[in-house]
Design a protein around this ligand. Structure first.
Ligand SMILES: Nc1nc2c(ncn2[C@@H]2O[C@H](COP(=O)(O)OP(=O)(O)OP(=O)(O)O)[C@@H](O)[C@H]2O)c(=O)[nH]1
Ligand SMILES: [Mg+2]
Ligand SMILES: [Zn+2]
Length: 299
C-alpha cells in the first residue's frame, strides 16, 4: 500500500481533497481513497474539512476509514477549508457588478485567520479601462497585490499560477465571478462545472456545491461555492483596524493609543483619509463593519 505515515504511531495519514455529506476523498501516497468518517468525528464540532490532514485506518481492499484529524494550521468556516495559507479573493468589475463590501469582508476574514491574501480581478475582458482603473485606485494604497485576469481569454493566468506555487490556496468570492472557470483554465485536465449568470440580475447561480482541492503545479487550489453575503468573523471591535494594513501604519500617530479611528479627535487615520492617502470608500466601509461588530456585542 502506498499510503504515507504519520510520525507518531506509524498510522497512514492523508489529505482530504473533497468532502461529501457522508464520506470524503483522501489522497495518501499516490492513491486517492473514498473514505467513511468515524462516527465520533462526525458528531464533533470539528467535522472533517477539505484540506485536513487525517489519520486513516484501512478496512479491506481500497476502503479506508478516517479515524482522526491532525491539528490544523488554519481553518476557515466560510468557505470551509483547513490548512490553506493563501486566500485568492476573486471579484469582477462587471457581471456580477463590483461589490467592494464583499471584497473587504473577505480580506478581513482571511487576515483574521492568518492567511496571506491576493486579489484577483477577473473578467477584465468585460470591463471598460476606467472601471479597471477605479478598482486599482481603490486597492492601490492597501498594500494588497492585485492581479487582473480574464479566464476566458487566458489573460495574466501565468502570473496567477506563479503566485500559487508551493501553497495551499483557496479561491473565494461571490457566485459567478469565475472561480471554477479560472481553475479549469490553469489546471490542465480539470473539468469543473461552470454556470451562466442569470441574465436579468447578473448574479451567479451557485454552480459549485462542495469545496474541492485541485493540484496546480506544485501547489493546491481549492474551488469553493460562491455566496451572496458574508458575515464578519467574531472579532473585538478594537481589533478590526489591525486587519487593515493601510491603517495599521498610521496608528502610532493617533493621539489616543487605543484609538479605533471613529469618534476620537487627533486621529491620524482620519487625517490620512482627508489627505486621500487612505481610500475614503474603504474607510467608510470600515466604519460600517466597526458599528456592526459593536452592535453585535450588545446582545
Ligand atoms: N467574459 C468572461 N466570462 C467569464 C470569465 N470567467 C468566467 N466567465 C463566465 O462567468 C460565468 C460564471 O463562471 P463560474 O466559473 O461558474 O463562476 P464561479 O465563481 O465558479 O461561480 P459559483 O460556482 O456559483 O460560485 C460562466 O458563464 C463563465 O463562462 C472571464 O474572464 N470573462
Ligand atoms: Mg464555481
Ligand atoms: Zn485613530
Amino acid at each position: 500500500m502506498s499510503a504515507s505515515s504519520s510520525d507518531a504511531g506509524m498510522q497512514p495519514v492523508g489529505l482530504v481533497m473533497r468532502t461529501y455529506s457522508n464520506y470524503c476523498d483522501v489522497r495518501s501516497g499516490r492513491c486517492t481513497y473514498r473514505c467513511q468518517v468515524r462516527g465520533r468525528l462526525k458528531l464533533d464540532r470539528q467535522a472533517v474539512l477539505t484540506g485536513d490532514q487525517v489519520v486513516l485506518e484501512f478496512i479491506g481492499g481500497d476502503r479506508a476509514m478516517v479515524t482522526g484529524i491532525l491539528p490544523r494550521r488554519t481553518a476557515l468556516t466560510r468557505p470551509p477549508i483547513a490548512n490553506a495559507d493563501l486566500a485568492v479573493i476573486v471579484f469582477t468589475a462587471k457581471s456580477p457588478p463590483l461589490n467592494l463590501g464583499l471584497v473587504d469582508r473577505l480580506l478581513i476574514l482571511a487576515r483574521s485567520e492568518g492567511l496571506a491574501t491576493l486579489l484577483c480581478l477577473n473578467k477584465t475582458d468585460l470591463a471598460e479601462p476606467h472601471e479597471l482603473a477605479l478598482v486599482e485606485r481603490h486597492y492601490g494604497q492597501t498594500g494588497y497585490e492585485l492581479v487582473q485576469t480574464s479566464a476566458k481569454h487566458g489573460h495574466n493566468l501565468g502570473t496567477l499560477v506563479e503566485r500559487l506555487q508551493g501553497r495551499t490556496a483557496v479561491l473565494a468570492g461571490q457566485s459567478g465571478v469565475g472561480k471554477s472557470t479560472l481553475l479549469n483554465a490553469i489546471s490542465p485536465g480539470t473539468c469543473l462545472e461552470v454556470g451562466e449568470l442569470s441574465p436579468k440580475v447578473q448574479r451567479g447561480r451557485h454552480t459549485t456545491r462542495g469545496v474541492r482541492l485541485i493540484p496546480v503545479g506544485d501547489g493546491l487550489v481549492a474551488d469553493t461555492p460562491g455566496f451572496v453575503a458574508l458575515e464578519l468573523p467574531q472579532l473585538e471591535p478594537r481589533d478590526l483596524a489591525g486587519l487593515y494594513p493601510e491603517m495599521a501604519q498610521h496608528r502610532s500617530d493617533c493621539r489616543f493609543p487605543d484609538c479605533i479611528h471613529d469618534p476620537e479627535p487627533g486621529c491620524a487615520v482620519k487625517d490620512a483619509v482627508e489627505r486621500g492617502e487612505i481610500d475614503s470608500g474603504r474607510y467608510r466601509r470600515y466604519l460600517e463593519f466597526l458599528h456592526e461588530l459593536q452592535a453585535r456585542r450588545k446582545y
